[in-house]
Write a protein that binds this ligand. Structure first.
Ligand SMILES: NC(=O)c1ccc[n+]([C@@H]2O[C@H](COP(=O)([O-])OP(=O)(O)OC[C@H]3O[C@@H](n4cnc5c(N)ncnc54)[C@H](O)[C@@H]3O)[C@@H](O)[C@H]2O)c1
Length: 332
C-alpha cells in the first residue's frame, strides 16, 4: 500500500519513537494527526511541524472514547504507539493496564467502526520475557515478566482478534529495544542509554542494576520508525506478528563501557546496584520474517547510533545539570 497522500493517525506521536515516525510520514507526503496526552510525550518532539498544513496535533487520551473518535475522523491508517512504560507498570499496574491493554481495545474498536484500511499495532519484545533460546523468532513462548509486558501482550492479542473476527487489517510489530535522539532520560520513562549518557555528562556513575550480564538487541530509532512504515506499506504483513531487531546483542555492562568510551569523560565510572524487579535477562531478535517480507534493513550501526545519541544529548539547549535533575537514578 502506497502511504503518500493517506490520512494517518499516530497515537503516542509526541513520544520518542512516535515523533520519528511522524517525521518520516510527513516526508512521505502523508497527512498526519497525532493523538497524545503528553503524559511522557513532548511538544518539542513535534513542534517543528506546527506550521505544516498536513500536520495536526490532537491532545487527548486513548482511554477516552470521545478523544479516540475525534482523533480517528477521516483516517485511513492508524499507527498505535501510545503507551505507559515498563517501570511505570511496577508502581502503577492498573493505570498501565488501562492505557496499554484497554486503550488498545478502544482504539481498535473505533478503527473497526470507521473502517480504517490498516492498523499497525506497536507491541514490544517485552511480551516474550527472558529468552529461552536465541535468536528469538515470533513463535518463541510469550511469558512476560512485568505488567507492562502482559498489557502489551493483551493489546497485540486484541489486534489479532480484530483481524480474525472483524477483518480489520492489523499488523502487530514487536520492536526490540530502541535508542536514539529524543529517548527518555527522565523519571520512570528513563531508559538505560539516555540515563547513562546524562549521568556521564554530569561526572556521575552509570547505574547498572544487577551484574550487567542482561542483554538487549538495540535498534536505532530512525530504523525502527522506518520499519513501522515498511510494515504499513507491505500488504503481505497483514495479519502477521513481526519482530524488528538489529541482530546485535550486547550486555548492559558492555554497553555501559561503550557509553563511557564514547562520551569522552574519564571522570565517570560504573556502579552496580540491586536488580530491577521483573528485569528480563536476555533479548535477541530473529527478524528474518520481517526482513524477507519488507526488504527492511537497519541502516545505522550501533557504534554510529550511539555516537549520534551522545551528540544529541550534548547539543541539548538545557544545561547537563538540568537534565541530571530530571534523571531519577532508581526509577521504579
Ligand atoms: N522505546 C523502546 O525501546 C521500545 C521498544 C519496544 C516497543 N516500544 C513500543 O513503542 C511505542 C512507543 O514507545 P516510546 O519508547 O516512544 O515511548 P514514549 O513514552 O516516548 O511514547 C509513548 C507516547 O504515548 C503517550 N501516551 C501515554 N499515555 C497516553 C494516553 N492515555 N493517551 C494518549 N497518549 C498517551 C505518551 O505521552 C508518549 O508520547 C510503545 O507502544 C512501546 O510499547 C518501545
Amino acid at each position: 500500500m502506497e502511504l503518500s497522500g493517506k490520512n494517518i493517525l499516530v497515537t503516542g506521536g509526541a513520544g520518542f519513537i512516535g515523533s520519528h515516525l511522524v517525521d518520516q510520514l510527513l516526508e512521505e507526503g502523508c497527512f498526519v494527526r497525532v493523538l497524545d496526552n503528553l503524559k511522557n510525550g513532548k511538544l518539542e518532539n513535534i513542534c517543528h511541524h506546527d506550521k505544516k498544513s498536513n500536520f495536526e496535533f490532537f491532545p487527548g487520551s486513548v482511554t477516552d472514547p470521545f478523544d479516540v473518535a475525534q482523533g480517528m475522523k477521516n483516517i485511513d491508517i492508524v499507527f498505535h504507539l501510545a503507551c505507559l512504560g515498563v517501570r511505570h507498570s511496577i508502581k502503577h499496574p492498573f493505570e498501565n493496564h488501562r492505557v496499554n491493554a484497554e486503550g488498545t481495545l478502544l482504539v481498535l474498536q473505533e478503527a473497526r467502526k470507521k473502517r480504517v484500511a490498516k492498523f499497525i499495532h506497536c507491541s514490544s519484545s517485552e511480551v516474550y520475557g527472558t529468552a529461552q533460546y536465541v535468536p528469538m523468532p515470533e513463535n518463541h513462548p510469550t511469558l512476560p515478566c512485568t505488567v507492562y509486558g502482559a498489557g502489551k501482550l493483551a493489546g497485540e492479542a486484541y489486534a489479532r482478534a480484530y483481524h480474525t473476527t472483524y477483518g480489520l487489517n492489523t499488523v502487530v510489530i514487536r520492536p526490540f529495544n530502541v535508542y536514539g535522539p529524543r529517548s527518555h532520560h527522565e523519571g520512570d520513562a528513563g531508559e538505560f542509554i539516555p540515563k547513562s549518557i546524562v549521568r556521564v555528562l554530569n561526572d556521575e556513575p552509570i547505574l547498572v542494576f544487577g551484574d550487567g550480564s542482561q542483554t538487549r538487541d538495540f535498534t536505532y530509532v530512525e530504523d525502527t520508525a522506518r520499519g513501522l512504515v515498511a510494515a504499513a506499506e507491505s500488504d503481505d504483513a497483514i495479519g502477521h506478528t513481526l519482530n524488528i531487531g538489529s541482530n546485535f546483542e550486547i550486555s548492559i555492562k558492555r554497553l555501559a563501557e561503550r557509553i563511557l568510551e564514547n562520551a569522552g569523560n574519564s571522570a565517570s565510572w560504573i556502579q552496580h546496584s540491586e536488580s530491577r524487579p521483573g528485569d528480563v535477562l536476555r533479548l535477541f531478535a530473529d527478524s528474518n520474517i520481517f526482513l524477507k517480507m519488507t526488504n527492511w534493513q537497519p541502516a545505522v550501526s550501533f557504534e554510529d547510533g550511539l555516537v549520534k545519541t551522545i551528540h544529541w544529548f550534548k547539543a541539548r539547549p538545557e544545561k547537563a545539570s538540568a537534565l541530571f535533575a530530571q534523571e531519577a537514578g532508581v526509577n521504579w
